[in-house]
Design a binder for this molecule. Structure first.
Ligand SMILES: Nc1ncnc2c1ncn2[C@@H]1O[C@H](COP(=O)(O)OP(=O)(O)OP(=O)(O)O)[C@@H](O)[C@H]1O
Length: 478
């Protein structure tokens, strides 16, 4: 007797296409446009497999999923959706879907998934594990570029495939690596990260594979390597382009043979680790320069994920900005908003430091500006500071006035409504005189003649000021 597949989708066209493809593949198919009918069939004990859409007129397929799994833990459910956020994929996974297929999908692929779902032995029920998660997105942004990424991630959720993440610094490579781990099937195992650029080259091999006592000078005890620490979980190799060639050879062997030896060790150790690598460098160019092994590249580049720079998805900026504002608020600062003009300005910035730069900027804005709604000029000012090149000989004055303005603004911001009653002009100028003279003296190493020249002051005037302001040479500073 052929298996019966229950299909729920409110799109008539999809129902027709699925019916044709599945009937041709030898299955009986029943279709409905709503969740209620699907639920009735399931509770009547009908069907051997469910294929359901997420958004249906009466109920969300993802909300129905836990009830189906509770009632009939063995009934496999395939979820399909056009809502290509990572959360949809993750939820489908967590709530017990057998597979998640982002629309549009390939019919052949669907039939293959159906075949697999019906042929695998029924596993132990895990309905109890279905938890209602808080709506917390690990990755923010709904631009087309990010949706492509979510789609790829969703497909990778139930696999152990090696992934290579490329993208400029601060685009979220580590975040994606963590998401792959935390929502994948290894989530109960460890996530271990190693940044090749952050450790001395000669120590990389021993960091990765561990070493035996006495393996090299300074190896006073046996040490665990990251491979050992990551056993059963995921090993994130960040800045892989900076890996020395000898370590590359060793890594390649591990990937080929599934085992390694520690530095100074003899016996092979079996390893069960999923590798995710990342780089902001162009590995193909490193290969041409002889700095990266081509065979290793192909081993690592099984599934490439390219994270776009933030300037290529500026439509994500408002959502990201709000996300960081609420993150800062969770850390104890008052919750702030950003006015439209300010937001538009953020969208126009080029963000060489990508999402990390945006996050840092939002943190500064939230901390430094008293207003509840952050205005355009506050953003403008922070961006000017970012965009201004380090002061050159010629434009020292420009850099200086900006710096002074920034400090004055910080002063005004810090004293809203409580400014001194009068005399601010004289007071500010007086207050500036002392650090100005003291710092100039420091820069000239206490040479008063030179300092007078730099300041454009008469030597005697300078001497008098030093005395009046009680600046005692270099010590006047701190
Ligand atoms: N899509 C995103 N949603 C929310 N936060 C993000 C996103 N992308 C990046 N971030 C945040 O930006 C910061 C930088 O991200 P991450 O460290 O993952 O970047 P990276 O590409 O690994 O950088 P690097 O190459 O410099 O190591 C982190 O604080 C991360 O949480």
């Amino acid at each position: 007797m052929s298996s019966t597949i229950l299909v729920a989708d409110d799109d008539h066209g999809i129902r027709t296409v699925l019916t044709q493809a599945l009937t041709r593949a030898g299955y009986d198919v029943r279709t409905t446009s709503n969740a209620a009918t699907l639920w009735r069939w399931v509770s009547d004990g009908d069907g051997d497999l469910v294929i359901t859409d997420v958004v249906m007129p009466d109920e969300n397929g993802l909300d129905l999923l836990p009830r189906i799994k509770k009632l009939r833990p063995d009934l496999r459910v395939i979820v399909m959706s056009v809502q290509n956020t990572l959360l949809t994929a993750v939820k489908a996974n967590e709530r017990g879907a057998f597979e998640y297929l982002p629309k549009p999908f390939d019919l052949q692929e669907l039939v293959a998934v159906v075949r697999r779902a019906l042929s695998l032995p029924k596993s132990a029920p895990s309905a109890a594990a279905v938890a209602e998660d808080e709506e917390r997105l690990p990755l923010i942004g709904r631009s087309t570029a990010m949706q492509d990424i979510y789609r790829t991630l969703a497909r990778l959720m139930n696999t152990d495939l090696t992934v290579m993440i490329t993208g400029e610094s601060g685009t979220g490579k580590e975040l994606v690596a963590r998401a792959l781990h935390e929502y994948g099937k290894r989530r109960n195992g460890p996530f271990v990260a190693l940044n090749m650029a952050a450790i001395p080259r000669e120590l990389i091999e021993s960091e990765l594979f561990g070493h035996e006592r006495g393996a090299f000078t300074g190896a006073t005890a046996r040490a665990q390597g990251r491979f050992e620490q990551a056993e059963g979980g995921t090993l994130f190799l960040d800045e892989i382009g900076d890996m020395p060639i000898e370590a590359q050879t060793r890594l390649l062997r591990v990937l080929q043979q599934g085992e390694y030896t520690t530095v100074g060790g003899r016996s092979a150790i079996k390893t069960n680790v999923r590798i995710v690598a990342a780089t902001h460098r162009d590995l193909t160019q490193l290969i041409r320069q002889g700095l990266f092994r081509e065979d290793l590249y192909y081993r690592l580049n099984v599934v490439p994920i390219r994270l776009p720079p933030l300037r290529e998805r500026s439509e994500d900026i408002p959502e990201l900005a709000r996300h960081f504002l609420s993150k800062v608020a969770e850390e104890g600062l008052p919750l702030k908003a950003m006015d439209n003009a300010a937001m538009e300005r953020l969208k126009r910035h080029r963000w060489p430091g990508n999402v990390r730069e945006l996050e840092n900027l939002i943190r500064r804005l939230a901390a430094l500006h008293a207003e509840e709604v952050i205005p355009l000029d506050a953003v403008e000012m922070e961006l000017v500071n970012l965009e201004a090149p380090p002061p050159q000989q010629g434009d020292v004055n420009e850099g200086l006035s900006e710096t002074i303005e920034r400090h004055l603004r910080a002063y005004f911001d810090a004293h809203p409504g409580s400014l001194p009653p009068s005399g601010l002009y004289d007071r500010i100028l007086r207050e500036m005189e002392r650090p100005l003279i003291a710092l100039t003296l420091e820069a000239t190493r206490g040479n008063q003649i030179r300092a007078a020249q730099v300041l454009g002051l008469n030597r005697n005037t300078l001497r008098k000021k030093i005395k009046d302001l009680e600046i005692s040479g270099l010590k006047g500073l701190k």
